[in-house]
Design a protein around this ligand. Structure first.
Ligand code: CIR
Length: 254
């Protein structure tokens, strides 16, 4: 069975953290409608939705991806780089404890799940404004016993590694070379985002399907041209909060 962990949109999302983009008004009702459609799509793809408790005091609580890295053998609860987001992890740990043994990233290390791209047995970990070198080292120590390798990757100009590169197939990645070097992904087939769509590298692979933001049709066409089964979803209100399609869920198999 496949699980998708999600959390409802807080009215406080209008005060969310922003790092690389300017604040624009977020329509909370619209964000909720988009979130419901996103959850619906995950359900259509066979995921059992598990909703975390509402967290109205956490402006960015909907972006659950950043709070944990779930592997087959273990779930790593993060210590998010933004202090305002640290309270989000408690309820995520409680929910995940039913499915995986838990381990924790401890301060002064910081790590956001959005910086952890799992491709096979390798964890590519963004060295970003949110994840520090200690975070990469701690993650390495926590997952090496299970046979995973960790590779720190410099990220520039965007929030997280997965803003710059995501896996779209067993052996292919979608990336924006302005934000991440392609060199660590030499073994993978690479699809570049359309230059007019720098934020398009964040795609969510669920089984053989790729969830993709409707706002990036040019990159979407590139993906369809190589035969990917794309399902588009409108996440425009989340884009204004510097989020994308990966960040609104944690998807894992039981
Ligand atoms: C933040 O800055 O933390 C949120 N406004 C956006 C987090 C997006 N998370 C993600 O892409 N994994």
């Amino acid at each position: 069975m496949r699980i998708a962990l999600t959390r409802s949109v807080s009215p406080g999302i209008v005060q969310c953290e922003l790092t690389h983009i300017a604040r624009e008004p977020i329509d909370v009702d619209m964000a909720r409608a988009q979130h419901a459609a996103y959850e619906g799509l995950l359900a259509d793809l066979g995921c059992r939705r598990i909703r975390l408790p509402d967290a109205p005091a956490c402006p960015d609580g909907v972006f659950v991806e950043d709070t944990a890295v779930v592997l087959e053998e273990v779930a790593v609860i993060t210590h998010p780089g933004a202090a305002s987001r640290r309270a989000e992890t408690t309820s995520v740990a409680e929910a995940l404890a039913r499915y995986r043994p838990l381990v924790w990233i401890q301060p002064p290390a910081t790590l956001d799940g959005g910086d952890v791209l799992v491709l096979g047995r390798t964890l590519y970990v963004g060295l970003s404004g949110r994840t520090n070198a200690d975070g990469v080292d701690q993650l390495r120590r926590l997952v090496e016993p299970f046979g995973y390798r960790c590779r720190g990757i410099e990220v520039r100009g965007c929030l997280h590694l997965k803003s710059a590169v995501t896996g779209i197939g067993e052996e292919s990645v979608l990336l924006n070379r302005a934000w991440v070097s392609p060199d660590p992904f030499a073994a993978f087939e690479k699809i570049d985002v359309d230059p007019a769509e720098p934020h398009a590298a964040n795609a969510l692979r669920v089984g053989d399907v790729v969830l993709f933001p409707a706002a990036f049709p040019r990159t979407g066409e590139r993906l369809e041209r190589v035969g990917l089964d794309l399902r588009t979803v409108d996440v425009a209100e989340f884009t204004k909060a510097e989020g994308g399609v990966t960040c609104c869920s944690i998807v894992f198999d039981l």
